[in-house]
Design a binder for this molecule. Sequence first.
Ligand SMILES: Cc1cc2nc3c(=O)[nH]c(=O)nc-3n(C[C@H](O)[C@H](O)[C@H](O)COP(=O)(O)OP(=O)(O)OC[C@H]3O[C@@H](n4cnc5c(N)ncnc54)[C@H](O)[C@@H]3O)c2cc1C
Length: 485
Amino acid sequence: MTSVTGRPAPARHAGAGTEGWPAPGARGASRAPGPARSAPPPVPATSRRQGPGRFSANSVLAVIGLGALAVIILWWHSTPDVSGLGGWLTGAGEILGLLAGYGVVILVALMARLPPLERGVGTDRLARWHAMGGRYIVSLVVAHGLLILWGYAVEAHTSVVSETGVLLTEYPDVLMATVAGFLLLGVGIVSMRAARRRVRYETWYYLHLYTYLAIALAFSHQFAVGASFVNSLAARFWWSAMYLIVAAFVLWYRLVVPVLAFYRHGFKVIGVKPEGPGVTSVYIGGAHLEELAAEPGQFFRWRFLTRSLWWSSHPYSLSAAPGKGVLRITVKDLGDHSEAIAGLRPGTRVMAEGPFGAFTSRGSERGVLLLAGGVGITPLRAMFSSLPGPVTLIYRASSERDIVFREELDSIAAARGATVHYLVGSRAQLGGDPLSPRMLRSLVPGLQRHHVYVCGPAGMTSTAVEALQAAGVPKRHIHFESFEL
Ligand SMILES: Cc1cc2nc3c(=O)[nH]c(=O)nc-3n(C[C@H](O)[C@H](O)[C@H](O)COP(=O)(O)OP(=O)(O)OC[C@H]3O[C@@H](n4cnc5c(N)ncnc54)[C@H](O)[C@@H]3O)c2cc1C
């Protein structure tokens, strides 16, 4: 095991290159925009998940729950009485249909890239809610269809098959909704973990867009045959408003804002620098970057406008605190897109959507531990140079050559009097788990009082989170970012 400790040094300003802006030798780095050089001021706050313009996870869940309650009240209000088996089946089908119609809007809203959600709840958590909610919605849609058919059949004293024939041939809105239901089911199946592993990310992503078509196809049947809407103009108005507002958010934040940002900031690649085997830093220049209010720990979705890359945007974290007129990302080649990054030329225009993510911190007087694994070092590298207060960095890598930014990290550690521990090698080579509670406690005195930020491969992250809890760090002090959405 190699464990290198950046020795506390007299406080001084971070040295040239500490912030990682184009160094001599960075391909195409014709100018080196000045980094923020001064040492971080002492700010005695901790997580930035809360604050003005940020919705907390609990408040978002409470609003979603209240909305679901309002949907049930809507059904109650529009249903004078329920009797007989057919009535109960139809009533249950209606409630599930209303909840599905509401839930699908919530799922889209979670992915609309609304800044207060992105910054307050965090993109990875929103993606997890979206995936979990998607499974419930598909189940609701299927159950809604089956219960309504059964209920109608019982009430009409006919078979489910003949009732299905009637609904599909005599009610065009129901036919469209049925197509929508199958589309949603298909998207749900492709999104199941086992299926998703076999499908390319881009294939899954573009298939996922059929959800929008499904929502559009299913919309009209709610008003045409939905008992809660047929006789209520107010219900139709509010329901439509909910769909329209979310559609406007999607259009605005996913399409208009990135285009406006492209023209406002004029993002361009200004330098590309190899950092190690398969790892490349890209420096992106732009105007008025301070307006973005990007913070260390956040990420952007980057669309490089070259012939082969323009059609997809990929998330990469800032690997240095935003500088004057320049942002830096550092990418490990793990597939088509990340591999092509090393071939980018200075001058390439870029569309950048963001900043996103709630993996940010203001530091803590009691100390912050940054725990990185592999390429998960990128957001933590940006935080390491900018967080106020005492900071320790633990960097887990499988081999020496996998360590990136070593010089920068040592230089930051020396400049701010922080400590870096490099834990290098396999568990077998290290004679055990280097992230065990005992080891973590010995590396970080007073660990249980720290706020901890973890970023690395999924396996390492979950092991580390468990070990930190076992070492006495309260759950609410452990923050982690996943590189898988
Ligand atoms: C919030 C966040 C921050 C990240 N920061 C960094 C970073 O700083 N440095 C770094 O090297 N990597 C980072 N990643 C991972 C990086 O986005 C993927 O490695 C990259 O997109 C892989 O694309 P590919 O075509 O090269 O590989 P592929 O083989 O196509 O994909 C590999 C995996 O990457 C993910 N992925 C692929 N395309 C996308 C996409 N468009 N959007 C979201 N996920 C996708 C999927 O999980 C996929 O299974 C980050 C990911 C996230 C979610």
